[in-house]
Ligand binder design. Sequence first.
Ligand SMILES: Nc1ncnc2c1ncn2[C@@H]1O[C@H](COP(=O)(O)OP(=O)(O)O)[C@@H](O)[C@H]1O
Ligand SMILES: [Mg+2]
Length: 247
Amino acid sequence: MNGTNKAINDTNATGTDFAVRLAAISKTYLWGSVGVEALKSVSLEIYRRSFNVIAGPSGSGKTTLLNVVGCIDSPGSGTVQVCGVDVLSLGDDALSDFRAKNIGFIFQNFNLIPVVSVYENVEYPLLIAREAKSRRRERVLKAIESVGIADLALRRPNELSGGQRQRVAIARALVKEPQIVLADEPTANLDSKTGTAIIELMKKMQAESHCTFIFSSHDRQLFECAEETFTMRDGCLVGHSYGDCRK
Ligand SMILES: Nc1ncnc2c1ncn2[C@@H]1O[C@H](COP(=O)(O)OP(=O)(O)O)[C@@H](O)[C@H]1O
Ligand SMILES: [Mg+2]
């Protein structure tokens, strides 16, 4: 199947069933005077409250796709609906607010603030959102407890293993209770056992929080953890399949 996925052909589905709807998204980066087509007319729909992987080799367009869904980057053409909102029609301030409220990010290099504690790293999105101190405390403690790092609250990131750092990043992404969590190659800097544990934790957190999770990976072993797999190659969506674990 090229450039589409089954959900698009699901005649029982309605627009409100989807967390993400991309239609004919294209994106070309300029390298000097040479254009690199990172996305070529990609269309896909991702159900709300589902756990998904964007699969594909390095350079296939996974990061570009996640950046478009995360409203970090805009495509050259096509339409992007996230949580039912046509995000390309939003101005800069409205888009920043939308992103801050609705989307959590997890990165392969963890992107934690090195000079503050685990607790303060997880609290940071709530400070930005101007949550009251007592409410912040309640939510941070719940988030670090749920990813199993409550005993590490006062440590700095450089005192943690890679797996522990990624747990902090997961807590930070979830603490603001976003609609969607995007994780770009979250296991790329972890050994395979820790990587599998992190994906399983993400899956558990997705089930508990009822958000939509989308992670990218080039590791085949991890694809079976997902309910739906979207496969990219050379900027095209070249495959889509449902996992055995689909609810
Ligand atoms: N900022 C950029 N400038 C120029 N080319 C880019 C940029 N970002 C990505 N690309 C190119 O776009 C293509 C897709 O990249 P990317 O989305 O990062 O793929 P992946 O995440 O699957 O490795 C690659 O050919 C890459 O070199
Ligand atoms: Mg990438």
